[in-house]
Design a protein around this ligand. Structure first.
Ligand code: PMP
Length: 402
């Protein structure tokens, strides 16, 4: 008998489990709109041209080796990542108030940030938007931030933002609570705040002395514009707030499996920042010792070479543009098949995902009858869609709703 004879079967992952089911489905009509990964019009994964060029440069560099990086990763990568998020002329960077450390993509950056907070921040309450990326609910309590609460974010009746609800819930939160904010392209709803609404949130966060923790998994991928997608982060940072930021290069550079990202902790002074960084090392060393080299080296090449950087911006615009095109085409197809209700939200939502408004039962029809794989909350990945599939998807949605 095994020591684990009685071990219960764990639940399938809400998102990655869908890909497993998709793989097993023999139907030629099947579409996977579950996982958030970019696909070409032909449905293939995309390696960016700039990434291939950067890799070539790295391979040809005679000084390149496979030694360990330091505990906080590639120093150039950290500096360039902070610049990308906060802006070249940011007071945060000028005054050396950012402790930026390379971590394992967005997830790893969130986890290191949460463990740092569990050890060095007194308020162990975090507020997450409702709904949010499911992993947020696990990362914080497992890192030691046990009191996880939610604030209203999405309003089903309008398929838009519940701004008043959000402000009310933040007002009601304990003084100093950590508040998780999606920097742009909110996952799963695709609903973002306007700059004016961000200013309202900033005022509330300041009044309540909350600690903002930005999750930035889609900079440049949302609108096609790196600066525009950093608006919220820069608004808060330029207002002088202390905050945390988790960055991911999974989507915007297509480096999903390279696991490359960064955590920044912004403080009030260079002196405090130095000590914060020393404590981040204490978190990282026993967790994964030091991060992997390759993805960070790619990012350094792309961000530091002006011609690669310019080309990256074009490729980003291309990816974001194709997704916006899919929104238009799906919208038109839904109107053509006469799917009930208004579908303007498909056009209004931003980023990789659309929140269709389909119920759990309707999603079941989508999958069982139409072989369309998507999460049970009604979310579809627009990045997984192509022109040739829009009509079929619209027919499926129309059928599922009747
Ligand atoms: N945060 C959000 C909101 C996300 O959507 C994702 C990716 N699905 C991540 C973080 C982290 O992704 P990764 O660890 O692959 O960078």
């Amino acid at each position: 008998q095994s020591i684990w004879q009685a071990i219960p079967q764990g639940p399938p992952d809400a998102i990655l489990g869908i890909s497993e089911a998709f793989k097993k489905d023999p139907s030629p009509k099947k579409i996977n709109l579950g996982v958030g990964a970019y696909r070409t019009e032909e449905g293939k994964p995309l390696v960016l041209n700039v990434v291939k060029k950067a890799e070539q440069k790295i391979i040809n560099d005679p000084n390149e080796n496979k030694e360990y990086l330091g505990i906080t990763g590639n120093p150039k990568f950290n500096a360039l990542s902070a610049q990308l998020a906060f802006g070249e002329h940011s007071p945060v960077i000028r005054e050396a108030r950012n402790a930026t450390v390379q971590c394992l993509s967005g997830t790893g950056s969130l986890r290191v940030g949460a463990e740092f907070l569990a050890q060095h921040y007194t308020v162990h309450t975090v507020l997450l938007p409702s709904p949010t990326w499911a992993n947020h609910h696990k990362i914080f309590p497992l890192a030691g931030i046990k009191d996880v609460r939610t604030y209203r974010y999405y309003k089903p009746s309008t398929r838009g933002l519940d701004f008043e609800g959000m402000i009310e819930d933040l007002q009601r939160a304990p003084e100093g609570a950590i508040v998780l904010l999606h920097a742009c392209a909110h996952n799963p709803t695709g609903v973002d705040l306007t700059p004016e609404q961000w200013r309202g949130i900033l005022r509330t966060v300041q009044q309540k002395r909350m600690l903002p923790f930005f999750d930035s998994a889609y900079q440049g991928f949302a609108s096609g514009d790196l600066e525009r997608d950093a608006t919220a982060i820069r608004l808060f940072a330029d207002a002088g707030l202390e905050l945390l930021l988790a960055q991911s290069y999974a989507k915007n550079m297509g480096l999903y499996g390279e696991r490359v990202g960064a955590l920044s902790v912004i403080t009030k002074s260079a002196d405090v920042t130095k000590r914060v960084e020393s404590q981040l090392k204490q978190v990282i060393r026993p967790m994964f010792s030091n991060p992997p080299r390759h993805g960070a080296a790619i990012v350094v090449e792309v961000l530091s070479d002006p011609s690669l950087y310019a080309e990256w911006r074009e490729e980003l615009k291309g990816m974001a543009g194709r997704i916006m095109q899919m929104r238009q085409e799906l919208f038109r197809a839904l109107q053509q098949v006469g799917a009930p209700g208004s579908w303007n939200h498909i056009l209004d939502q931003i980023g990789m995902f659309s929140f269709t408004g389909l119920t759990k039962e309707q999603v079941r029809v989508m999958t069982d009858k139409w072989h369309v794989y998507m999460t049970f909350d009604g979310r579809i990945s627009m990045a997984g869609l192509s022109s040739s599939k829009c009509h079929y998807l619209a027919e499926a949605i129309n059928d599922a709703m009747r």
